[in-house]
Write a protein of this length. Structure first.
Length: 357
């Protein structure tokens, strides 16, 4: 009797447990549904009302793929409202793929809308390629519609003018403005503003240098623009040059005269150095000749010192007599007197050796 009674007592308890579990399960499902509605219902309603063709399951899948559904849905709505359809490549999956690649989805959609309104051929694939290349695709489209002006040279680089020298040596300082339009076909891989500024600056310097006189450039500044434009400076760049306008021309220094003055000064220094070299050589030569004179004088004195010895030797051998000796002294005295009368004052008195004892 006790077992059936125990079963009858516990039966309502098991049923109530199942009931509570069912209530909890329904509550959890209701809570998840509320969270789901709070997160996706608003976006789904916006897409549904604008016929942007974004399903509720697409929104759920974006969450699992870690894609921001707000950006995708609003971009898709913006594209659809502007007349871009999925035939133009603007699909939900394409927008998600560009988002996952790190692109700026709203910027690409705005660029496509601007290009479509301006009747500029721009595909979704090219727009995403430009965006992923690090370029601002919206700014590129806007520049294609509204050309921009690039100052040449760029004042932010520290230079204010482009300096060129005509054939007559006069320097000209030029400021130019380059009007460019973006070429979307060459935007990926094309050179940017720095290349345009460098090429235009080089062309202006060449044009000034080709002029015979600076007056020709001052009379016709447009000749510089025409000559620079003929060179096709926009080849390989992301822009198409529409015009090159000379904003200002100033006359600078007379570079030719300055170079001639510097050359003359250098020639003078060279001439002075050569003259100093010749002077030093002459002074050295003079000292050398003086040394030779002193050497010869020493030889003369040495020879004169041998004369008395020779005379004495002649007396001993009987080759020289007393009369001849005194006759030699008279000739010597007569020579010294004549030299004194002539006023030389430099005659050297040479004593004949005395008679040997």
């Amino acid at each position: 009797m006790s077992a059936p009674l125990f079963a009858q007592v516990n039966a309502p308890s098991a049923a109530s447990t199942y009931f509570y579990l069912l209530v909890i399960l329904i509550g959890v499902i209701a809570l998840m549904f509320c969270i789901f509605l709070a997160k996706y219902f608003n976006l789904w309603i916006q897409a549904k009302m604008t016929q942007a063709n974004v399903s509720i399951w697409d929104l759920v899948g974006m969450t699992f793929r870690k894609v921001n559904p707000n950006i995708i849905v609003r971009s898709k709505i913006m594209a659809h409202q502007s007349g871009l359809s999925e035939k133009d490549g603007v699909t939900t999956r394409a927008l998600e793929a560009h988002f996952l690649a790190g692109g700026n989805v709203p910027n690409v959609v705005r660029a496509l809308i601007a290009a479509n309104r301006a009747d500029i051929p721009l595909s979704y694939k090219r727009a995403t390629a430009i965006d992923l290349a690090g370029r601002n695709v919206l700014e590129a489209v806007q520049t294609s519609v509204n050309p921009k002006v690039i100052p040449c040279p760029d004042p932010s680089q520290g230079r204010q003018t482009i300096d060129g020298v005509a054939k007559n040596g006069i320097q000209l300082k030029v400021k130019a403005k380059v009007t460019v339009r973006t070429n979307l076909d060459r935007l990926v891989g094309g050179a940017t503003d720095e290349t345009i500024i460098a090429r235009v600056g080089e062309g202006i310097v060449n044009a000034i240098g080709s002029a015979d006189t600076h007056d020709q450039v001052l009379e016709r500044p447009d000749s510089i623009s025409k000559r620079v434009l003929e060179k096709g400076l926009d080849a390989g760049t992301a822009y198409e040059i529409l015009s090159i306008d000379i904003a200002d021309i100033d006359v600078g220094d007379n570079i030719g005269a300055n170079l001639q003055a510097l050359r003359a000064e250098a020639d003078t220094r060279v001439a002075r150095a050569k003259a100093e070299e010749r002077r030093a050589f002459g002074a050295a030569k003079e000292q050398e000749m003086l040394a030779h004179v002193q050497e010869n004088r020493a030889k003369v004195l040495s020879a004169e010192a041998e004369v008395p010895m020779a005379i004495a030797e002649a007396f001993r051998k009987g080759n020289l007599g007393i009369a001849e000796y005194y006759q030699l002294r008279n000739v010597q005295a007569d020579t010294e007197m004549r030299s004194s009368i002539a006023g030389t004052g430099n005659a050297v008195r040479r004593e004949v050796a005395p008679l040997p004892q």
